[in-house]
Design a protein. Structure first.
Length: 161
């Protein structure tokens, strides 16, 4: 595993979120697993026995979900990016992660726990930094007009003359 892991702060849904993400990634054909569950003890600050942290991994990336309380909420200023090989993979991740959440735009969605995700084709970066500025601009305009990204439409925008 990497030296760096992401900690996601939840009020009281850390275990449910970890299970949701692992199930979603597995359903999309990715390696994902629940790790250790730690519970609060007598020292608190949350009720004794409540899940404090749940560790999990998604496609080789390590995460920790923390039940830290209501003091902090997620914002789109931080998002998780899932780079997809093809439209079928985009569709699977989009459907799974948006279940109970809401689509935003430009390939972004907010899941049922408030975490922002970008579901993008792996080739998008190359399309957007195309050596031909007109092609890159067409791709950007296409992205801005989409909610869930459509690889075929993006390829057309990139290749159009």
């Amino acid at each position: 595993m990497s030296k760096i892991a992401t900690c996601l702060w939840f009020d009281d849904q850390a275990e449910a979120a970890a299970n949701f993400y692992v199930a979603t990634f597995r359903a999309c054909g990715q390696d994902a697993a629940i790790g250790d569950i730690a519970r609060y003890g007598d020292a608190g600050p949350r009720p004794k026995g409540m899940v404090m942290t749940a560790t999990f991994s998604l496609a080789g990336q390590e995460f920790m979900a923390l039940n830290g309380g209501p003091e902090f909420a997620f914002s789109p200023a931080i998002s998780m990016i899932v780079k997809c090989a093809d439209q079928a993979e985009i569709d699977r991740f989009w459907d799974g992660l948006s279940d109970g959440g809401k689509p935003v735009q430009c390939g972004w969605l907010t899941d049922r726990f408030g975490v922002s995700w970008q579901i993008v084709p792996a080739a998008l970066g190359n399309m957007m930094k195309n050596a031909d500025p007109a092609r890159a601009e067409r791709v950007m305009r296409a992205v801005l007009g989409m909610v869930k990204l459509d690889i075929e439409a993006l390829a057309r925008a990139c290749g159009a003359s």
